[in-house]
Design a protein around this ligand. Structure first.
Ligand code: NAD
Ligand code: IPM
Ligand code: MN
Length: 345
């Protein structure tokens, strides 16, 4: 029996994760859940972000973490998100941020004339390095001579394992193309490493077409011609940005799920979207991203058929306009989940 640590977090994170757990209980009644009160409220109450004993229990006792979102205007430093979300990614060494971009209802793609087959991409976002480590610092802060520095890190080990994961995924799914994206024309040091490692790993997979695009061109091409992509591998920050772009290609940020994965180890699953303070507390957040994320988690737990069932029921909701307001519907968060559960049945 798998054990899930549930971290609803902030804002709409709490609203959509409640619905995601409802769905998980329906589909996989044998799962065991424990809820963790971590997020902005807790931080503002007692200064706690991610306590060591909680982190140690996660590692020892749990199979997956199911997380909503972290981010609250009352915590402008975002320190709790840094400790809980980025902290988990780094400390659990969750080097694969797996972000599918899959259009399930062609009417919801903002691009003209695209079918569901045209938008079916998986992004492998490197998740432990790049500009996210917090290395760097400030000097003479608050003076006219202030300096701020954010250090961009790429290691051979880090680049190689994400590139290899992308090729392995491509090979194992019977796909044929991997596109690596970087900014090696401007960032010669980290980009040079990405280039060399990509060529080396690609040479081990001669049947897979390996291509490269600078990330500015990738952004353009994802909009112009999404059908040319199957698997994209890129660094942490570029992956963050292109997967919000990808989310809108699949119909909206409320439809994008993700997994933060270290194969064979405790992994963390969360929707791509944030805590959406602009709509929090109104019961109108789209729960489908959290529900698709629950499907990815079930797949990770060895239940790919359950993920397929979830995708099919989400697709049925979309095709029948059983959706929240940002997608032109009238349903609430809970009502969309009700509709989803009827479709599932
Ligand atoms: P956001 O994703 O929270 O919101 C962007 C826009 O999309 C908003 O207009 C919002 O209303 C809409 N939106 C997002 N999810 C939606 C949903 N499920 N249903 C309907 N509409 C939805 O991005 P933001 O506003 O830049 O970030 C808000 C906070 O969330 C920030 O503190 C940010 O750092 C944090 N954040 C956290 C995570 C995470 O924990 N995984 C991810 C992204 C952003
Ligand atoms: C995401 C988010 C995070 C990121 C933020 C909240 C630090 O945008 O998961 O996409 O940049 O990774
Ligand atoms: Mn993001």
């Amino acid at each position: 029996m798998a054990k899930i640590a549930v971290v609803p977090g902030d804002g709409i994170g709490t609203e959509v994760i409640e619905q995601g757990v409802r769905v998980l209980k329906e589909i996989a009644p044998d799962l065991e859940f424990e809820w963790f009160d971590l997020g902005a409220d807790r931080y503002l109450r007692d200064g706690v972000t991610l306590p060591d004993d909680v982190f140690e229990r996660w590692k020892a006792e749990f199979d997956c973490i199911y997380l909503g979102a972290l981010g609250d205007p009352r915590v402008p430093s975002n320190v709790h998100a840094k400790d809980i979300l980025l902290g988990s990614r780094f400390r659990l060494d969750l080097f694969i941020n797996l972000r599918p971009i899959k259009l399930l209802d062609a009417r919801r793609c903002p691009l003209k004339g695209k079918s569901c087959d045209d938008v079916d991409i998986v992004v492998f976002r490197e998740n432990t390095e790049d500009l996210y480590t917090g290395m760097g610092g400030t000097f003479k802060q608050g003076t006219p001579d202030e300096v701020a520095q954010e250090v961009c890190i790429a290691t051979r080990k880090g680049v190689e394992r994400i590139v290899r994961a992308a090729f392995e995924y491509t090979a194992s799914r019977g796909l044929s193309k991997v596109c690596m994206s970087d900014k090696s024309n401007a960032m010669r040091n980290t980009g040079g490493l990405w280039q060399r490692v990509f060529r080396e790993v690609a040479s081990e997979y001669p049947a897979i077409e390996a291509s490269h695009l600078y990330v500015d061109v990738l952004a353009m091409e994802l909009v112009r011609c999404p059908e040319r992509f199957e698997v994209v591998v890129t660094s942490n920050l570029f992956g963050d940005i292109v997967t919000d772009l990808g989310a809108i290609l699949q119909g909206g940020i409320g439809l994008a799920g993700s997994g933060n994965i270290h194969p064979g180890r405790l992994s963390l699953f969360e929707p791509v979207h944030g805590s959406a303070p602009d709509i929090a507390g109104q019961g109108i957040a789209n729960p489908l991203a959290a529900i698709l994320t629950a499907g990815m988690m079930l797949n990770h737990l060895g239940r790919p058929e359950d993920e397929k069932r979830i995708q099919a029921a989400v697709q049925a909701c979309l095709l029948n306009d059983e959706v929240t307001r940002e997608l032109g519907g009238t349903l609430s968060t809970v009502e969309v989940t009700d509709a989803f559960l009827s479709r599932l049945a």
